[in-house]
Design a protein around this ligand. Sequence first.
Ligand code: 13P
Length: 283
Amino acid sequence: MLVNMRDLLHDAQEGNYAVGSFSVANMEMVLGVLKAAKKLNAPVILQIAEVRLKQSPLEVIGPLMVAAAEAADTPVAVHFDHGKTTEKISQALELGFTSVMFDGSHLPLEENIAETKKIIALAEQYDAAVEAEIGCVGGSEDGSEDIAINCTKPEDAVRFAEETGVDALAIAIGNAHGNYKSTPKLRFDILEECEKAVDAPLVLHGGTGISPDDFVKCSKTGIKKINIATATFDMVEKTVHDCYNENSINGYYDLQAAEVNGAYENAKRHILIFGSDNKAEVL
Ligand code: 13P
């Protein structure tokens, strides 16, 4: 069923686990993620970022994501990731997304606060949740920019959360989008300070390449939403590749099944690590 992201993250805070937020580019990925959610009786978030709309137009994939969430057996929030423009954020809200991110991480703190507040006022009209980001997660969602990591200052996180009342706050603790060039060293000292001082659920971007141990530590230290994009795309591609090598694809529908399976296996693995399996009933 389609649910508000606020409720999913609230339950994750109560139950001390994190919800996987899986980026999707097509119907096969949507089906694979929801199959994993059903198999493990888990809440999940389906998301797409504004920079990915070149490949998957919002007016096409948005209704598909919402319809799939409505038809799902477990609670599913539909989230607009890294919203940059009010135009596209509004479009996502009109399509029925139950959460939007406004990414003002490149702005000075005051401006990020002011712009986030405008998006919160807009989202309120749809009873949708809002995620924001402070500090800078490295890289960019589609790998087109090499944004340097700028770790969040805990005092900024406190001020931001208090002044905006945002539903979820993405922080930068050494994490980056895309495949890491070297093993990520997460700043758990910063995360612990943020967790103590901020009531809002925290969000970890750049999930691909983070170790299971670090994921577990994050999920027990205030991180309630974990974004996974590259790992899904890579796993779908690898699964298709392996199936061709094994000669197990004979025709288009075998190819489609391989794509669904790649997204399914990737989502299943992450749900189990995040501890959100068997948490679908809590709502
Ligand atoms: P990855 O591509 O590193 O998994 O990052 C996903 C993400 O944070 C999307 O916002």
